[in-house]
Each structure stands twice: as structure tokens, then as C-alpha cells.
Design a protein around this ligand. Structure first.
Ligand code: BG6
Length: 349
């Protein structure tokens, strides 16, 4: 919980030094605009929450820079003979900088001659030493096994990178880039608001204590975020959960839904909120209890009874929503763990 509460501060430490003259700045590691224009493909590789931060990066880079991004789980990437070339960029994400599969993926990328950029928290770690370029997330030590503030700052880094890639490739102009950076700079106070709202999330967590299985659903960035929410819950509460792209539910998985399977739906992306809400209606009609995590604007328009519990996220640019909306998911997992008598800092295995 201490690390969850440190997130606003960790975000400031990660973001602020990387903004120069109102623009994201990667000069400390030598990642120039010229290089960013030259890469043919961008790969993002990590394990667990680090890979989930990479998923956020993929959505944002592709949306803003119109550049294809492949996200890979390090343990798959290293054994699947990836289609890497020397003119590709491989972004390696790791809190510890020591995860064996992630380190092996980095060594593979180096051996092929691709450019490698490590986004690492622990200074001087193996991954930091091995990568051609390194940027530190500066979140401070993360003692709890399960990643919370590390995920938060890794995701923030993905935004800095996405904005710079888009700017370097002329997909956004300087004014748009400054506007996005200005929104990102305000994110720590919004995350603080979510952290301060934890009593509300604590009440909702009390409804999950006896569940045997849960489903997280969302679309687009909300799906990327659902993956992280589901992992947090599994890891520290030992309740089975799965994250599912909401539109894919009907192709089989909906048969799992009944009154004993709570559903956590995430709906923060304006264009697709009605689609996700229609999935919420489907699972409610099968008896599921639904916790809906959504924007305050979405909450105002909801019809009565659509969801059993609604968690509202303060307004921000919707592209940045995964940074704020992850907080209630972390806190739900935290209190579910505590309510079940588990030590969330040292989960079994
Ligand atoms: C796992 C942790 O074992 O390692 C996750 O439980 C973490 O929370 C993952 O995301 C990757 O670790 P790292 O240090 O490479 O970011």
C-alpha cells in the first residue's frame, strides 16, 4: 500500500526530468529524432506487469505515430526466432533489470544488431548494463514482489516515448506534442486523487472476497489495462481471474458467466464506451455482479442498474486513462488480498 501511495511522487520523478522546453527528451540516452525516424519496426519486450506497460505503449505509439509496434512476452520472444533486423528498435522494460528471460531477449536483440533501449528501475542492473541505451524510471526501490509503482512509471515512460516517436516522425506537430506533455504533467495530481479515494475502492473489494473466479473486460487501452488489473488480483489474492477483450466474450467465454463470477469492466475510451457497456448488459443479464470502472462523464450517462458498483475516474485526456484507472484496480486487489488474510507483499511462490 505504501508503494501504491507513492505513485504520484514516483511519476513526478520519472516524468519531470524528461521534459525539456515542454517536449519529451531522450537525449540522456542518445535516442535522437533521426534514429526514431530510421527504425523500421519497434518491439517492446518484458515480463508480467512490465509487458502490460508495453501493451499500453503499443496502443499509444500506434495511435499517435501510426508506426507498428510488436509487444512480446520475453520468454516467448527469446525462443520464437523473431523477425528482428539491425534497423529495428527493441525496447526492453524491467523494474529489477535482472529478470532472466528479459535479459536473454535483450542479448538476442543485441546479437542481431538491433538498437536496444532499456527502461529499468534499478540502477546498474544487468539489463541496464547490457542495453545500448538506458533510461531509468527513478521510482525508488520497489520492495513488494508485485509491481505497482514500477508499472505506473513504466506506463508513463511509454507515453513519453510515444509522444517523441510521433513528433520525430511528424505524425503530430510541436503544439500537439506540447499539449500532450502538459496533460501528462498533470497526471500525478489525478493519480493522487485516485489514491485518496481508496475507502471507496475498499468497500467494493469487500464484495470480491468469496469469489472463486473473476473476469476483467475492456476494449483497446481498457483491455491493456484489464490485463494488469487481472494479474494484480491473481498474484496477491489467489483468486482466478482472466482479462478478456470485451468484444471476444461472445465467442465462447460468455458461457463461464453466472451469478458467481463477478465482472470488472473498464470503460474509459469514449468511442468504444457504448460497445463495452453493451457487453456489461450481456453479462448482467446472465446474473454477473458488475463493477464498472469508467470516466465521470460515462458514469453520468449510465442508466440505472447497468452496473452494481461504479468507480469513477477523474477526467483526463483519454489516452492517459490507463495511468489513473490502474489505481482502483491495484487497490481492489490489495484489499481483496488483505480481506482474505494474505500478505500482498510476499505472495506464495
Ligand atoms: C514478476 C513480478 O515475477 O516479475 C511482476 O511478480 C513483474 O510483478 C515481473 O512485473 C517482471 O519483473 P521485472 O523486474 O523484470 O519488471
Amino acid at each position: 500500500l505504501k508503494e501504491i501511495c507513492e505513485q504520484p511522487d514516483a511519476l513526478k520523478k520519472t516524468i519531470n526530468p524528461r521534459i525539456k522546453n515542454g517536449l519529451p527528451d531522450f537525449s540522456e540516452c542518445g535516442l535522437t529524432d533521426e534514429k526514431l525516424r530510421s527504425y523500421h519496426h519497434i518491439y517492446i519486450v518484458g515480463c508480467g506487469s512490465a509487458m502490460h506497460a508495453g501493451m499500453v505503449g503499443k496502443y499509444v505509439i500506434e495511435k499517435l505515430a501510426r508506426t507498428p509496434v510488436v509487444v512480446d512476452i520475453a520468454s516467448e520472444f527469446r525462443y520464437r526466432d523473431p523477425l528482428l533486423a539491425p534497423d529495428d528498435l527493441v525496447v526492453i522494460i524491467s523494474q529489477s533489470g535482472e529478470t532472466a528471460d528479459t535479459l536473454a531477449a535483450l542479448k538476442l536483440a543485441n546479437s542481431i544488431g538491433a538498437d536496444t533501449l532499456a527502461i529499468v528501475n534499478v540502477v546498474g542492473s544487468s539489463i541496464a548494463r547490457e542495453a545500448k541505451m538506458v533510461m531509468y524510471t527513478l521510482a525508488g526501490p520497489e520492495i513488494s514482489v508485485c509491481s505497482t509503482k514500477a508499472y505506473m512509471v513504466q506506463a508513463a515512460f511509454m507515453y513519453l516515448l510515444a509522444f517523441r516517436v510521433a513528433y520525430a516522425r511528424n505524425a503530430i506537430d510541436e503544439e500537439q506534442c506540447r499539449q500532450l506533455i502538459s496533460e501528462l504533467s498533470q497526471i500525478p495530481s489525478k493519480v493522487q486523487k485516485c489514491v485518496d479515494d481508496q475507502t471507496q475502492y475498499q468497500k467494493v473489494a469487500s464484495k470480491l472476497i468469496s469469489a472463486d473466479s473473476l473476469l476483467y473486460i475492456g476494449r483497446g487501452l481498457d483491455y491493456a489495462l484489464s490485463m494488469e488489473g487481472s494479474l494484480k488480483l491473481k498474484e496477491i489474492s489467489y483468486i482466478h481471474s482472466e482479462s478478456y477483450a470485451a468484444g471476444e466474450l461472445k465467442h465462447g467465454t460468455i458461457s463461464l458467466i453466472d451469478e458467481d463470477v463477478p465482472v470488472i469492466a473498464v470503460a474509459t475510451q469514449t468511442g468504444i464506451i457504448p460497445k463495452t457497456i453493451s457487453n456489461v448488459v450481456e453479462v448482467k443479464s446472465r446474473g454477473a455482479k458488475v463493477i464498472l470502472v469508467c470516466t465521470d462523464a460515462c458514469a453520468r450517462e449510465l442508466k440505472d442498474g447497468v452496473a452494481d458498483y461504479v468507480i469513477e475516474i477523474p477526467h483526463t485526456d483519454e489516452l492517459l486513462m490507463p495511468i489513473t484507472a490502474v489505481v482502483p484496480l491495484q487497490i481492489l486487489a490489495y484489499y481483496t488480498s488483505i480481506n482474505r488474510g494474505i500478505d500482498p507483499d510476499k505472495p506464495k511462490n
